[in-house]
Design a protein around this ligand. Structure first.
Ligand SMILES: [Zn+2]
Length: 110
């Protein structure tokens, strides 16, 4: 078994692989490395009711993305155009890449 590691970063395009939004793609907005969670744009919206408070009489429903577990997302390979498993690859010149395990495409990691 491979241990969970952070294969995604902020601004990466990822695909959801589990849950009710399986198959959807979105951009990573935030990562929480200690919690192994990520927030993905427009994924896992939760509704929160806000109570009218103070001077404003308007309450309402706020929709916000809730974090999901990092093991439930895969990086989208630009070539495969879908979420793929990736491996790490460091070239001789020290440049770091993620390698698509499906097509072999290298995605540079700075
Ligand atoms: Zn690929």
């Amino acid at each position: 078994m491979e241990s969970i590691r952070f294969h995604v970063r902020k601004d990466d395009l990822v695909q959801v692989t589990a849950g009710k939004e399986k198959g959807k793609t979105g951009k990573v907005l935030k990562v929480f490395p200690k919690k192994n969670r990520v927030v993905v744009e427009k994924i896992n919206f939760v509704k929160r009711h806000s109570r009218p408070s103070g001077k404003t009489r308007q309450g309402g429903i706020i929709q916000k993305e809730a974090p999901i577990h990092v093991s439930n997302v895969l990086l989208v390979c630009p070539k495969c155009n879908q979420g793929v498993r990736t491996g790490h690859r460091v070239l001789e010149d020290g440049k770091k890449f993620l390698e698509c395990r499906k097509c072999g495409e290298l995605m540079e990691r700075k």
